[in-house]
Design a protein around this ligand. Structure first.
Ligand code: SF4
Length: 448
């Protein structure tokens, strides 16, 4: 991971102007130049049984793609990446590489820092997306099979691309106006600058054989049963679309908002200044969504942002690098605290926090409380799956699948966050890819 970006923040001053907003929400990491990429590639030791590959959920052949960069074969390098992970561009930007491939890179031991795998991956994929005249993957001969996909997020799109490669025709149904799911609506704007999520979807669709229909929510506008009757198989990749609430008194007060909705509004706003932000913001949560919301609240000009988490920094699902990003940009971190009341007359003015402690492995209140003044609260306390009436078996709020991605209903498969989330984009991409192969095998077995 490269150095931590500092935002153009003017504490106590006027709200950030257009130039400051553009800088704050601009690319978190500067892309590598060709010369920088050559130097970085030369640092790779091309390890046998490379630990970086084992740490990648999509098992990208990292030494191979780095070697291809070092020999000037950028198209080949991108092909190596994208054949394992069709969203290698997003993952190069948004993966917590510090705890995946770069975290285990052996160069850490000799040089104190890893090969910049994420930035090299981005260098190769961006080059291909900017220069290729044709989609890099060919479709197998058409099978005549029609597959339906619920949800155009990372799992659904990865499934669709691989299924199209295998020769199937794919119809994707998406409730929202834009495709990309979490990549389009759920990641901080500074991770996905220059409308990258939309460009990646357009690139992915270049394989052909995939149509996306927007404004259709499976479960609301069409049932899984109907889809199964009209198609040869169905893949459910709807993710976790609903923000969980904190179940704390005062949640209905104005100013107590979903962090997910805040991030989505920022991602879709043509003018970031049009998204309302408080002056004193409290963010509740311990994951990447909480960090993305907290840092972006600062980007928008909030004078103070406090991130509250009920356990310690080691227990946060956000990585230490993400926590440092927040701290370096003025987010105050408050651990071992949880909200017990949001207070105010109509709009939130205070949050009461209860101190917590781990006693005999159980998180318990210590009895000490504190009252913190605020005018906005952003809740990032988890996500839930939208209801699927009459749908397949649900276990602990998630879709149940067997080892072949098959739900409890025949011909209906599932993967991604609705099965095992919330998780990283890279895991959803892997699920979608594997599920496409599982469906392909299932179709062949049925035809035999
Ligand atoms: Fe190269 Fe590091 Fe992977 Fe080894 S672990 S192959 S040095 S990137």
């Amino acid at each position: 991971m490269s150095a931590i970006k500092h935002l153009a923040l003017a504490d106590g001053g006027p709200p950030p102007g257009a130039a400051e907003l553009a800088a704050n929400f601009g690319d978190l990491h500067a892309p590598l130049s060709r010369a920088q990429a050559a130097i970085e590639a030369d640092a790779c030791l091309y390890c046998y049984d490379a630990p970086c590959v084992r740490a990648c959920p999509t098992a990208i052949d990292i030494p191979r793609f780095i070697h291809q960069i070092s020999t000037g074969n950028l198209e080949g390098s991108a092909h190596t990446i994208l054949s394992a992970n069709i969203m290698g561009g997003t993952c190069a930007r948004a993966c917590p590489t510090e705890v995946l491939c770069e975290g285990v890179c052996v160069v850490n031991r000799t040089k104190g820092a890893p090969v910049k795998i994420g930035l090299l991956q981005r260098f190769a994929v961006d080059h291909l997306m900017e220069t290729a005249r044709a989609h890099p993957f060919a479709r197998a001969p058409r099978t005549g099979r029609r597959l339906a996909v619920a949800g155009a997020g990372p799992a659904g799109l990865s499934f669709a691309h691989r299924a199209a490669m295998l020769g199937h025709d794919v119809r994707v149904l998406e409730a929202r106006p834009r495709a990309g799911g979490l990549n389009e609506y759920g990641l901080a704007a500074y991770k996905m600058a220059d409308d990258f999520a939309a460009r990646e979807v357009e690139f992915l669709l270049g394989i052909g054989g995939i149509t996306i229909e927007h404004g259709i929510a499976v479960g609301r506008d069409v049932t899984l049963e109907q889809l199964a009757a009209e198609h040869d198989a169905v893949f459910v990749g709807i993710g976790l679309g609903r923000a969980a609430r904190a179940a704390v008194p005062g949640e209905a007060l104005a100013g107590v908002d979903d962090a997910i909705a805040f991030i989505a509004a920022l991602r879709q706003a043509a003018d970031k200044a049009s998204v309302p932000i408080g002056s004193r913001v409290v963010v509740i949560g311990g994951g990447n969504t909480a960090i993305d919301a907290a840092v972006q609240a600062r980007c928008l000009g909030a004078a103070s942002v406090t991130l509250v988490y009920r356990r310690g920094p080691e227990q946060m699902s956000a990585t230490m690098w993400e926590q440092d990003l927040a701290r370096m940009n003025g987010v105050a971190m408050r651990f071992w605290s949880q909200p017990v009341a949001f207070e105010g007359e109509g709009a939130v003015t205070h949050v009461t926090l209860a101190e917590t402690a781990l006693i005999d492995g159980r998180l318990v209140p210590t009895g000490r409380t504190d009252r913190v003044a605020c005018d906005q609260v952003l809740l990032a306390v988890g996500q839930q799956m939208d209801a699927l009436p009459g749908g397949p078996r649900i276990d602990a709020g998630k879709l149940w699948i067997d080892g072949r991605y098959q739900t409890s209903l025949p011909g209906i498969f599932a993967g991604g966050d609705a099965v095992a989330g919330p998780d990283l984009t890279v895991q959803a991409v892997e699920d979608g890819k594997r599920a496409a192969h599982a469906v392909d095998r299932w179709l062949k077995e049925r035809a035999a």
